[in-house]
Design a protein around this ligand. Structure first.
Ligand SMILES: *[C@@H]1O[C@H](CO)[C@@H](O)[C@H](O)[C@H]1NC(C)=O
Ligand SMILES: *[C@@H]1O[C@H](CO)[C@@H](O)[C@H](O)[C@H]1NC(C)=O
Ligand SMILES: *[C@@H]1O[C@H](CO)[C@@H](O)[C@H](O)[C@H]1NC(C)=O
Ligand SMILES: *[C@@H]1O[C@H](CO)[C@@H](O)[C@H](O)[C@H]1NC(C)=O
Ligand SMILES: *[C@@H]1O[C@H](CO)[C@@H](O)[C@H](O)[C@H]1NC(C)=O
Length: 697
């Protein structure tokens, strides 16, 4: 294969000597015209002359250029002994306003190594060139005495003189060493046969005088290939019987592929994913959708991106026919074929990747975006998100490029966006409600450069698994107590009711228990001072203790408790009395603050063996069960129906009464059984009396 760069003209006309043809490439919006120039003058190349004379004005114009190909054996080409070929053309280009400018293209192309027999199926003609030493076919006598015989469809033979054949559009020329027969397509002398299920059109002509020369041209343009969804497929019978005469052994030498009339070498073919496989009697060629060398064309139909892929392939098969007498004939068979796919839909899809960043963001994956498409806009809940300024809004959009050129986008959208929708749905199978946030997304996707847009709409929801964490987004400890901060989802009807120990958090309860509740448009904050009703206490010692406060959430319709949130904080110990639900009373007191001062370690309970659990220079910590250490239990018949128990701390002169009050309704076991258990903690009181010296038991 020889590629010679012979001549490159300035501007918009390029030309090049290529493998068995001269190539001219013209950049012009208007269809250019071509003229061949030889010693006899100028010959305008129209459609008919082109197919008779070996010229092709390609109809394959995907790149906007016009490609012209002239066979080395074209009519007005000067041939020096089949070795040097001289071309002269005028290329006429219109300015669109009726003015034509002419540019001349000249090329001298050195010859190639010709194969004994070459068959080429061009876009507009078939040409066969065969070694022969027939001379003077061009003379008038010869064209009358030589006979061309065509085998026809029905097996009959029609015979005609060369002159008559020329009237049919055939062209027969002889050169120093070869004879060339050219035929336009759609000739009546073509015969259609099936080879391995592929229909083949054959023009079989015999040239007679003293010797017989059989020339066969075959065309398979009726077979347009197929598409399997990913690859374009083209099946060609390995052996085409019309090209193989009886008594000869067939031997394949090479099969190659090319694009736009240029053969590709093996590594290039492989890198583009082209495939040639021999399967039985067929050569199966396949080309992946979008492979380099072809063209994609995309458009929007009914809000759907569709594309086709077209490639202009060249197939070459070199094979030998070996005869018993040891002679052989080599044939180079070439075919050009445009393969294209139907319109293929590329629907985008989205995946809801649920939530990320600890449940503070949506993550959405938008896939199957072709390489010529950009994500131009996103409308979120009816509001346009400016793509130029996404990061500032807390959104992030990252494109992901796949090896095949298509793209995906990963979007991260914050939950806290003011346009977020809140959706509450109730499952039929569980008593739990789904508390979700939703985004209505409408993506504007635009094909470049033609700027056709299509839209992809999706509605994503993210179920909030840890509802509490979000609803009571913040709970914080302070020296004074615990505060809970509740983010109010906008555009939502809150179905949750907050409760403490089964009592709804009403303004009355807040006032009664000394809580503090603040509201603003986004948040509610509940402050619960330490020691107020509702706390439970653990691990009390003289320096620190833990206090826990629990909020319950319930469905305001069913009053079912859905979930709870609690917060545990460490506080500094001061004088206090804690009445635990298990009936343990813990008292921290500062006897040294009384007058006269008392040493804390000398204090006892009514039962003098009940000593403080812990003391320091100033304070004592007692911890005891309500049924021990001389504690008196009594039921007070008050309007509150409280049940209370007292414990007296005796000092020499000073009596301190500490009491725990538990609601009777919350106490499970009566004191008779000596097992105390309350559903909720009690609350305590401490009273100091003046000395009662007589009371010593
Ligand atoms: C065919 O012609 C070429 C020159 O065009 C010559 O080199 C070759 O030997 C010939 N082959 C046969 C088989 O005649
Ligand atoms: C490109 O590759 C991606 C990821 O492998 C795939 O999802 C997509 O369908 C491919 N597109 C085409 C046109 O082959
Ligand atoms: C998406 O946006 C486009 C352009 O604004 C609009 O024509 C289309 O109706 C929207 N689709 C949906 C489902 O809202
Ligand atoms: C806070 O707002 C809720 C609902 O908006 C209302 O029911 C409640 O009374 C408000 N509380 C205070 C303390 O303003
Ligand atoms: C008191 O309790 C706290 C919390 O459990 C602990 O960190 C601390 O060491 C304890 N102090 C004493 C003196 O036991």
């Amino acid at each position: 294969i020889y590629h010679f760069r012979c001549f490159v003209s300035a501007g918009f006309v390029q030309s090049e000597c290529r493998d068995r043809y001269l190539w001219i490439h013209v950049a012009s919006g208007q269809m250019p015209r071509f003229e061949a120039v030889d010693g006899n003058g100028i010959h305008s190349i129209g459609e008919q002359l082109a197919s008779r004379c070996g010229y092709t004005i390609s109809t394959f114009k995907m790149d906007g250029y016009t490609t012209f190909r002239a066979s080395y054996y074209s009519c007005f080409t000067q041939n020096q002994n089949d070795e040097v070929f001289t071309f002269n053309f005028n290329v006429l280009v219109s300015d669109g306003g009726g003015r034509w400018t002419s540019q001349s293209v000249s090329a001298v192309c050195p010859g190639l190594t010709w194969t004994h027999r070459e068959v080429i199926c061009e876009e507009d003609y078939m040409e066969v060139r065969t070694n022969s030493t027939i001379e003077n076919l061009g003379t008038e006598t010869a064209s009358l005495t030589w006979q061309l015989m065509f085998r026809q469809r029905d097996g009959q033979v029609s015979s005609m003189s060369v002159t008559e054949a020329q009237r049919w559009g055939y062209s027969l020329t002889t050169t120093a060493q070869r004879v060339v027969l050219r035929s336009p397509y759609k000739q009546p002398h073509a015969e259609i046969t099936m080879v391995d299920g592929v229909s083949v059109k054959v023009v079989q002509a015999s040239l007679f005088f003293k010797q017989k020369l059989v020339m066969v041209m075959i065309d398979m343009s009726m077979d347009t290939g197929s598409f399997d969804g990913n690859r374009l497929l083209w099946d060609i019978p390995r052996v085409l019987p019309p090209l193989v005469r009886e008594g000869a052994r067939f031997e394949s030498r090479s099969v190659s592929l090319g694009v736009e009339s240029m053969l590709l070498d093996e590594p290039t073919m492989t890198s583009r994913g082209f495939n040639i496989v021999q399967q039985g009697g067929m050569i199966q060629i396949s080309v992946p959708f979008g492979a380099k060398g072809g063209y994609r064309k995309s458009l929007v139909v009914n809000n759907m991106y569709k594309e086709t892929y077209t490639i202009f392939l060249l197939y070459e098969h070199i094979f030998s026919l070996l005869y018993e007498d040891g002679s052989s004939i080599e044939t180079r068979h070439r075919m050009l074929r445009v393969l294209d796919t139907p319109l293929v839909c590329r629907p985008p899809f989205s995946l809801n990747r649920k939530t990320v960043s600890g449940g503070k963001e949506f993550s959405v994956y938008l896939g199957n975006i072709p390489s010529d498409v950009i994500l131009e806009d996103i409308w979120i809940n009816g509001k346009r998100l400016p793509m130029s300024d996404t990061s500032q809004q807390g959104f992030s959009i990252s494109p992901v490029v796949h090896t095949n050129g298509s793209r995906s986008y990963e979007l991260q959208l914050p939950f806290e966006d003011e346009n977020v929708h809140w959706v509450v749905s109730r499952s039929r199978f569980t008593s739990f409600g789904h508390f979700s946030r939703a985004h209505d997304l409408n993506f504007t996707l635009t094909i470049l450069p033609q700027r056709n847009s299509y839209y992809y709409h999706t509605f994503i929801t993210a179920r909030v698994f840890n509802r509490c964490k979000y609803i009571f987004l913040l709970s914080t400890c302070s020296d004074e107590g615990i505060s809970f901060s509740v983010a109010k989802p906008p555009h939502s009807h809150i179905i949750w009711e907050v409760g403490i120990d089964n009592e709804p958090l009403t303004p009355q309860l807040v006032a009664q228990r000394g809580y503090r509740l603040y509201n603003n448009s986004h948040r509610s904050t509940l402050e619960v001072p330490v020691f107020s009703v509702g706390y439970t206490y653990e691990e009390i010692n003289l320096s620190n203790f833990y206090a826990t406060f629990k909020l319950l959430l319930r469905d305001s319709k069913t009053l079912e408790i859905q979930t709870s949130t609690s917060k545990r904080c460490l506080f500094r110990t001061e004088d206090m009395i804690v009445c635990s639900p298990d009936g343990t009373m813990t008292v921290v007191t500062t006897p040294s603050s009384t007058w006269p001062t008392v040493q804390p370690e000398k204090t006892t309970l009514l039962d003098p063996t009940c000593k403080p659990k812990e003391t320091d220079g100033a304070r004592a910590l007692f911890e005891f069960k309500l049924d021990s250490c001389g504690t008196r239990a009594m039921v007070k018949l008050s309007s509150h129906k409280d049940w209370s128990t007292d414990q007296l701390i005796y000092r020499k002169r000073i009596l301190v009464t500490v009491r725990c009050f538990y609601p009777l309704s919350a106490v499970n076991r009566l004191s008779v059984e000596r097992i105390f258990k309350s559903v909720i903690p009690g609350f305590g009181s401490v009273k100091v009396f003046e000395s009662h010296t007589g009371q010593s038991s």
